[in-house]
Design a binder for this molecule. Structure first.
Ligand SMILES: [Zn+2]
Length: 450
């Protein structure tokens, strides 16, 4: 076939594809797509502005400055915005923006909750502080992908919805935490506004990074939760020549070793991981207040009376949490001679379990993808996503985690964002929210998404 014919055919094919694509977009959706495309440079400029504000979780003033920078943007879209202080949990605060249905409750279809966070893992002392263009579509910087890029995707989608007059017929709430990277405790206070928002909504989108593996975008319907635990073992102490004897027994360190190795061999199950992050043992053993290390003293000829280990477990559901915690307690209870031990579990980040309602929301998103001429987004393996705030709202409403920007190197100085992910993910979010407003409020999404 002559090259000119190949060219004709590919142009023909392309225009047919674009035409069929356009066919799948109703006039409002076409406007949404155009509105997003018209904001690309503005979006990058706003991202640079946000990234240049240090907002490490413990930099409370920095997080508040991000909040103050975001608030006028939500107000300009007709949201009622308020800042909820979180002094009670020693954190910066939560941004809440509400846009109730202008036509009255229940008249705007699904009530949509959008969540995210304003903080990053990079504190003021971090050497990684600035936004930098690497090339025309990659930028690096603290929080570019986790998740200031996601905040930009959320606002770009909302601005498109405003300009296409969709927001005027929509019930949308936004809740942004200031401490996702190091949550304040108790969590029922730190996440109160998010949970409250979920109780008064019908579907939730979390704007953490949209997972992309080998160029394929994924939809996240589930993620595991995380719980920290601590085992403290005790035993007799004295001259080491008596170890294993009827008087002295095995000592605390052998007891701890027994426990950890039994965890290793007896706990494995699907979706479960259980890490041991720190072990201390000896004549004395002390973990520091931040649980980031500690001190231990001891001598080879003295049986150790004290041993401590701390770690986490990550589960896919609260049922799995209950089952595993019971198994761990039972293992801890089976002491070697002349020793004792106890295990404590601490406040947890819940799991977002896979369910048909979350899958129905992904199905609706994939209908949007098909209309946009984008490939289907497969379901991301829950093992591939760390714990996160979406789990708090997923207990109440169908929820997708990770609908924000895409990039790489999160939580490291190699963090980068693919700027071309902002428009495509903004279009997905804008069309998904629009289509949710066209579905009846209440009822099961899995029965409404055809
Ligand atoms: Zn994050």
């Amino acid at each position: 076939m002559k090259p000119i014919h190949v060219l004709y055919l590919s142009v023909l094919f392309l225009s047919l594809n674009l035409a069929s694509q356009a066919q799948h977009l109703d006039p409002t959706e076409t406007k949404l797509v155009q509105a997003v495309d018209s904001q690309q440079q503005q979006a990058i400029d706003f991202l640079r502005q946000l990234v240049e504000i240090n907002s490490g979780t413990k930099n409370l003033e920095g997080v508040r400055t991000v909040g103050k920078t975001l608030m006028p943007h939500f107000e300009a879209l007709g949201f009622k915005v308020r800042w909820v202080p979180m002094d009670q949990v020693q954190r910066a605060g939560t941004l809440v923006a509400e846009h109730p249905c202008p036509e009255g409750d229940g008249k705007c279809g699904k009530r949509v909750l959008l969540i995210g966070h304003m903080d990053t893992v990079f504190e003021k002392e971090s050497p990684f502080q600035h936004f930098k263009m690497i090339d025309d579509h990659i930028a690096s910087g603290p929080g570019t992908d986790d998740m200031k890029g996601g905040l930009v995707v959320m606002l770009t989608a909302l601005q498109a919805l405003k300009s296409a007059v969709v927001l005027d017929h929509a019930d949308v709430k936004v809740v942004l935490s200031g401490d996702e990277e190091a949550a304040g405790h108790p969590l029922d206070i730190a996440r109160r506004d998010m949970i409250e928002g979920a109780k008064n909504s019908d579907a939730g989108l979390e704007f953490e990074a949209t997972a992309r593996v080998n160029g394929v975008f994924y939809g996240s319907t589930a993620r595991r939760g995380s719980i920290t635990w601590r085992v403290e073992a005790t035993g007799q102490t004295g001259h080491s020549s008596g170890v294993f004897g009827p008087e002295m027994g095995y000592g605390a360190i052998y007891e701890l070793a027994r426990i950890l190795d039994t965890f290793r061999t007896q706990l494995p199950e699907q979706y479960l991981t259980y890490n041991v992050g720190l072990v201390l043992g000896g004549t004395t053993a002390q973990v520091n207040a931040q649980e980031t290390g500690g001190d231990a003293t001891g001598k080879p000829n003295i049986v150790a009376p004290s041993a401590i280990a701390i770690g986490d477990i990550r589960c896919i559901s609260s049922e799995q949490v209950e089952r595993v915690e019971k198994k761990m307690r039972d293992i801890v209870a089976g002491h070697v001679a002349k020793t004792d031990a106890k295990i404590n579990f601490y406040e947890a980040y819940p799991a977002q379990s896979p369910n048909q309602e979350n899958r129905a929301l992904l199905k609706l998103l994939n209908q949007v993808n098909s209309s946009l001429g984008q490939p289907e987004m497969p379901e991301l393996d829950p093992m591939k996503r760390g714990a996160g705030d979406s789990a708090f709202i997923a207990q109440y409403i169908p929820t997708l985690a990770g609908t924000g920007s895409s990039g790489s190197g999160d939580h490291s100085a190699a963090e980068k964002i693919d700027l071309s992910s902002i428009p495509i993910n903004s279009k997905r979010a804008a069309l998904l929210i629009y289509r949710l407003t066209k579905l009846p409020e209440g009822g099961k999404l899995s029965e409404q998404v055809r």
